[in-house]
Design a protein around this ligand. Structure first.
Ligand code: F0G
Length: 356
């Protein structure tokens, strides 16, 4: 088998790219589709649930698919610098792909509201990190204005190439299953990814490779404009990745929902944390809080009877848990980190206590 070299090589015929283009790749994509056996059993329902674990991309989130393509196109256009606003993952990915391509990267992040792992990524890859005293939506407004007047390429998902790259996740799901799921659940923030999945499934459906799944978007309850039907000015949630009140792909995501017969829902922070822990403890899948929202949504809808028996459900788990070590450690609680003297008796006492 040939060495895997990323989404452009694998799905070239579905992407607008010249034959002689210089491809900027870190081997993104080809992420596993993991069946949730233990969690599915707890629902008591006859359904099959898979996680598409996008946290296993090179920088630990699904953004790498879109960034690979956006940066490849930026290089093709002769760009020297990238810019984005970010809740963290886009900045990590932009920083890495910029380094790979030899471009400068400028990233605007909300001060104090980005997970530690993501900040460390942007910094180590050499991006110019600008913290703004405002949220993602404020940063987004700024970078759009700057990109319109300065020679820098905007690599947020308003850049159409981002969505083209990200649609390859839908291709992989169909290629792995041999068909499309009945339902595909995604966490929604800026709404680029649900739109990208709609594009991907449409491409395959047009060629008769699959039927259209219902696209279901879930948000954090404190940042849920798609559920309330109006923009939110002060979004707040522990899932900082999706702490967004003014999603850029508003109408495209609405169309994705309507055209596929899907819906939007919201999960509160307590349930997000419970689901993150469940995935880690019952299935061995460590994701960041925002990513647990898709699985929480599917479990919620299963219990509510919104999904029929026999259905196949795919939940995109967007980012790796190592992105946000602070939340993970806080999830543990004080009794789970034990300190003892380095003696046989002390360690044995703990084991006997826990297995007895
Ligand atoms: N999950 C994670 C882990 C994310 O980082 C994001 C978005 C989403 C879900 C939502 O995807 O915006 O396409 O609806 N993060 C962006 C960022 C906003 O800056 O990293 P979306």
């Amino acid at each position: 088998m040939a060495r895997y070299t990323g989404i452009i090589a694998r799905y070239r015929e579905w992407l607008p790219i010249a034959d002689d283009a210089r491809i900027v790749t870190l081997g993104e994509g080809d992420t596993p589709l993991i069946r949730l056996d233990r969690l599915t059993k707890t629902t008591g329902r006859d359904v099959t649930i898979y996680v598409k674990f996008e946290g296993l991309n090179p920088t630990g989130s699904f953004k790498d698919r879109g960034m690979c393509f956006a940066v490849t196109k930026a290089v093709e256009a002769g760009s020297q610098a990238l810019i984005c606003a970010s809740t963290g993952n886009t900045s990590a990915s932009a920083a890495a792909y910029a380094a790979r391509a030899g471009l400068a990267a400028f990233v605007l992040i909300p001060e104090g509201k980005i997970a530690l792992g993501k900040l460390s990524q942007a910094m180590i890859h050499g991006a110019v990190v600008v913290q703004i005293q405002g949220n993602f939506d404020a940063g987004m407004k700024l970078v759009k204005e700057i990109a319109a007047t300065t020679p820098v390429t905007l690599v947020n998902s308003v850049n159409p190439y981002r969505l083209q790259g990200q649609k390859t996740a839908a291709f992989e799901v169909v290629d792995a299953l041999g068909f499309a799921p009945n339902y595909h659940y995604l966490p929604v923030g800026n709404a680029g990814n649900i739109t990208a999945h709609w594009f991907g499934y449409q491409d395959y459906a047009r060629q008769g490779r699959c039927a259209m799944p219902k696209l279901v978007g879930f948000q954090a309850a404190g940042a849920a404009p798609f559920v309330s039907g109006k923009m939110v000015d002060d979004p707040e949630t522990i899932a900082t990745a999706i702490r967004i009140g003014h999603p850029q792909s508003w109408s495209l995501a609405q169309s994705a929902k309507e055209a596929t017969g899907g819906w939007f829902g919201a999960i509160d922070d307590a349930e997000i944390l419970v689901t993150q822990k469940l995935l880690a403890r019952e299935e061995g899948i460590f994701c960041e809080p925002a990513s647990a929202v898709s699985v929480a949504g599917a479990l919620h809808d299963l219990r509510a009877g919104r999904i029929e028996d026999g259905a196949t459900v795919v939940c995109t788990v967007t980012g790796h848990g190592l992105k946000d070590p602070d939340v993970a450690i806080r999830q543990g609680g004080p009794t789970e980190l034990l300190t003892v003297t380095p003696t046989l008796s002390a360690v044995r006492a703990i084991i006997l206590d826990r297995t007895g």
